[in-house]
Design a protein around this ligand. Structure first.
Ligand SMILES: *Cc1c(COP(=O)(O)O)cnc(C)c1O
Length: 400
């Protein structure tokens, strides 16, 4: 592998420009250092690649299709492709990362997995790979989320995971992260903390981006086949912590002519308190182990985020994405609940594809771009909408 000194690659100290690093309790430093010192050697080894690629193919169902959408193409006046991560086993991109990290955990001699989850999607992906690998799994989840994401909690339990409702703080994702870290601190010898997005202390943001980078590797090959060129004019992805976006853009970061659009959750509007648009309204701070952009008040208190989409209401953002936005390499668009719902209903009716509410933000961002007839656009459909059926039904009168 040749070394490219890309301005978007993590540096030896774990930073993407000003963002990243590893701000962690003393007791975790040996665990995190062991991971940082070993992850590249392990995940780049032939032995790892063979097992990982075989599972992505035969268990997850990759490559995921790159589908030319007639209705989106007609509306945009150019060629719009959907990268169908919704067709993966367990219904989203999260399984790509969960499989990769559990293989890494095994190679590091760890025998027990802990994870945090908000909406429960990462919890389900983690419980799934733990069942596959016969490893015990504990998932921390805010008590509020346990109550409002019942089906995912039941799925995790069916898969054999222990789901621990967290009663501290606002009883949501950030409290679950804190508990997972506390558990890891108590069992640093045998436990692996399987993080679900491009967040947390170095090396997790880079590790998760690499586990998801299969998405952009496939896009290159599929575009070459369908368009005769590997590079699109635009890549569009929704962004919570940033993992499906990181996977979508990974192999295009140094291709300057490829424009990157990140669709974050505007909620009721980025100019209102009911938002999760961290790239638009966040300021520099430290959250969950890294320096990044954070939704916080003047005293540095984290502001509780809001979005109709449970997978996007995170008050931080991956350090890679903070760097991309700050340097102008990526453009952030805040998409409101209303815009996302409208885009979701429209794709469902036009093509029979019900997207996850998160992915609907990327579809809505497409409508804000000024496109030329020769443009080729790839929008990542990060997941399927089955899990959001109650929300869709609640808004049927307005949008159907
Ligand atoms: C979790 C999730 C997201 C948001 O997470 P990222 O790490 O930003 O990708 C987006 N879409 C779906 C379907 C999800 O499950």
């Amino acid at each position: 592998m040749t070394h490219t000194a890309s301005p978007f690659e993590v540096d030896r100290n774990g930073y993407f420009g000003r963002f990243g690093g590893a701000f962690i309790p003393e007791i975790l430093q040996p665990c995190v250092k062991a991971l940082a010192d070993n992850y590249r050697r392990i995940i780049d080894s032939d032995d790892f690649r063979q097992e990982y690629d075989a599972l992505l193919r035969d268990y997850v169902g990759r490559p995921s299709p790159l589908y030319l959408s007639p209705s989106l193409s007609a509306e945009a006046g150019c060629r719009v492709y959907l990268k169908r991560e919704d067709l993966n086993h367990t219904g989203a991109h999260k399984i790509n990362n969960a499989i990769g990290q559990i293989l890494l955990a095994r190679r590091m001699g760890r025998t027990r997995i802990v994870a945090e989850t908000g909406a429960g999607q990462h919890g389900v992906a983690t419980a799934t790979v733990c069942a596959l690998m016969h490893m015990p799994c504990t998932v921390y989840m805010g008590a509020t989320d346990v109550a409002r994401q019942r089906p995912n909690v039941e799925k995790m339990r069916l898969l054999g995971a222990t789901v621990v409702p967290v009663e501290s703080g606002n009883r949501t994702l950030k409290d679950a992260c804190n508990e997972a870290i506390r558990d890891w601190c108590c069992h640093p010898e045998d436990t692996y903390y399987l993080i679900g997005s491009t967040m947390g202390p170095h090396p997790y943001p880079d590790l998760v981006a690499r586990m998801q980078s299969v998405i952009s590797r496939e896009i290159r090959a599929q575009l070459l086949d369908k368009e005769g060129r590997e590079e699109p004019d635009y890549l569009v992805a929704c962004i919570g912590g940033g993992s499906n976006a990181a996977g979508t853009i990974f192999h295009f970061l140094d291709s300057k002519q490829v424009q990157i659009v990140l669709a974050e959750a505007g909620g009721m509007g980025a100019d209102t308190p009911q938002t999760a648009a961290t790239l638009t309204v966040g300021t520099e701070g430290v959250l969950h182990g890294s320096r990044t952009l954070v939704m916080q008040d003047g005293d540095g208190q984290v502001i509780e985020p809001y979005s109709i989409s449970a997978g996007l209401d995170y008050p931080g953002i991956g350090p890679l994405h903070a760097h991309l936005a700050q340097t102008g390499r990526a453009r952030a668009l805040a998409i409101t609940d209303d815009e996302a719902l409208r885009a979701a209903y429209s794709l469902n009716r036009a093509e029979g594809i019900l997207p996850a509410l998160e992915s609907a933000h990327a579809l809505a961002a497409l409508k804000k771009l000024t496109l030329k007839p020769t443009d080729v656009v790839v929008v990542t459909l990060s997941g399927r909408g089955d899990k959001d059926i109650d929300t869709y039904l609640a808004h049927a009168a307005e949008y159907a």
